[in-house]
Design a protein. Structure first.
Length: 223
């Protein structure tokens, strides 16, 4: 038998990345070797979700995987982003990693960008969630025991009051019909604190929601 291929998983701290980890670990031909997360180096938090790095480190520990941080200025010029991601890809190749997995669902332009960016590196892009029905996927996540909190809401797409809610069956029932159940169009972002792939629950504290740069964020901190 061939040894499993080593995979680097793009890790946002949210539900889609966590579900991708769950699916990847069911494949005997693949081994998730590390989690790759981009951080706003000034805020010390995930670039879009604004989840603090300390909580992402706890997620990685609970998943039993090393965390590979990529620190980015904010705002980040594309040439800096691509240069630092190129360094991460070189590190992956040196670690005998042959693929990078993403939790993308259906946005063709984002997938095409990732495929173009990885083409010169020799690393294969993997999309374990691609094409799944997002409503069925959302309910599968909630039924699995995965628990996530909404940390960011775009108030132009979703009422600001949804920020801080749990991603559960009640949330999905209350979601407006024009919103994607997985938030793939940018309606919301999440932080996963309980998951079948985690050895333990991630304890955290919620703070009062704030509005920044046109988005509503829920500040979090470890307990």
């Amino acid at each position: 038998m061939m040894p499993p291929r080593r995979v680097l998983l793009a890790w946002s701290s949210g539900k889609d990345a966590a579900w991708a980890l769950h699916l990847l670990r069911q494949r005997p031909d693949l081994e998730v070797a590390a989690l790759l997360t981009t951080f706003n180096e000034t805020a010390g938090a995930v670039a879009m979700h604004r989840v603090p790095r300390s909580l992402v480190e706890l997620q990685a520990r609970a998943a039993g995987l090393p965390l590979w941080p990529v620190n980015l200025p904010w705002p980040c010029p594309n040439e800096i982003y691509e240069a630092r991601m190129s360094e991460a890809c070189a590190r992956a190749r040196a670690a005998s990693i042959t693929a990078v997995a993403f939790g993308d669902l259906f946005l063709e332009d984002i997938r095409a960008y990732r495929e173009r960016a990885l083409a010169p590196t020799g690393l294969q892009p993997l999309f374990p969630l691609w094409g799944l029905d997002t409503r069925e996927l959302a309910f599968d996540m909630t039924r699995s025991g995965q628990q996530a909190t909404l940390t960011c809401v775009d108030p132009n797409r979703l009422p600001a009051s949804f920020c801080g809610r749990e991603f559960d069956a009640n949330f999905l029932r209350d979601l407006p019909l024009n919103a994607d159940p997985c938030g793939e169009n940018g309606e919301f972002h999440t932080f996963v604190h309980r998951h079948p792939a985690f050895s333990q629950h991630i304890p955290f504290q919620k703070h009062e929601a704030v509005e920044l740069d046109g988005f509503v964020y829920l500040p979090l901190s470890p307990l």
